[in-house]
Ligand binder design. Structure first.
Ligand code: APR
Length: 229
């Protein structure tokens, strides 16, 4: 049976594609207050501001391309069963060719009905406006999991992580829960890697190799190693 690699990604994997991370110096949360743009209360208070924040993110994303790290992960599918669990709302894993992707925190290029969360639509272009409605006539919101909201895909992501033979974390500060707790669900005997230029030690995690470097350099090298193993 093919070994199962679970790849858990954060904003750092897309940094070299030109997408800002959140918590690095110069990151998005230095320029914007989370409580103004990324909470249900912000949406209640000022829809225009929230829509504009995500419109700007979406506009930038349309000019970005996957980098060598995204492409390398897609290449793993030649030999392994691969599931990508990403905290990222960009679609760079999809565009690089990965086929099984779980978006824990939503998808920037999609909109969701405020009346029925099961009604999800692709956004054509970059702009979602006040007055854009679902088929029930309700305002569409960004298809994003905001701070203070449940993470609907968490149970699925946990179950998949429990099946991992190899668990690879790339470019996450591991500060946002529950996503950051996934590593604790990887089997003790699974092989684990953490790729991040600012990686901190994870003392309680067994079989962990830390690669302190940038994703577009470190991930292709790691993938080559795994493909010949
Ligand atoms: N290659 C790899 N990692 C990098 C690179 C790079 N080129 N550049 C930066 N990093 C690392 C940083 O060292 C940091 O550890 O990426 C990480 C980015 O951390 P955050 O900005 O906190 O992003 P992330 O962990 O994805 O945030 C989690 O927080 O705001 C929410 O919903 C948002 O999904 C996001 C969640």
């Amino acid at each position: 049976m093919r070994k199962h690699i679970v790849v858990f990604t954060g904003a750092g994997i897309s940094a070299e594609s030109g997408i800002k991370t959140f918590r690095d110096s110069g990151g998005l949360w230095e320029e914007h207050r989370i409580e103004d743009v990324a909470t249900p209360e912000a949406w209640q208070r000022n829809q225009a501001l929230v829509l504009d924040f995500y419109n700007q993110r979406r506009k930038q994303l349309l000019d970005c391309q996957p980098n060598a790290a995204h492409f390398a992960i897609a290449k793993l599918e030649a030999t392994y069963k691969v599931t990508v669990i990403t905290q990222n709302v960009d679609d760079l894993h999809e565009r690089a060719g990965s086929t099984k992707i779980i978006h824990l925190h939503g998808e920037l290029r999609k909109a969701r009905s405020t009346a029925n969360p099961r009604l999800i639509y692709d956004i054509d272009g970059w702009e979602l406006k006040q007055g854009d409605t679902c088929e029930l006539g309700s305002q569409l919101r960004p298809h994003i999991v905001w701070f203070g909201e449940l993470v609907p895909m968490m149970d699925t992501a946990t179950y998949i992580t429990e099946q991992a033979d190899i668990f690879i974390i790339i470019g996450s500060s591991l500060e946002v829960y529950p996503a950051a707790s996934l590593i604790n669900h990887a089997p003790h005997n699974s092989t684990k890697y953490l790729v991040d230029p600012n990686a901190k030690a994870l003392p309680y995690i067994e079989n962990l190799t830390i690669k302190k470097g940038k994703a577009a350099h470190e991930v292709p090298a790691l993938v080559e190693k795994l493909l010949i193993a």
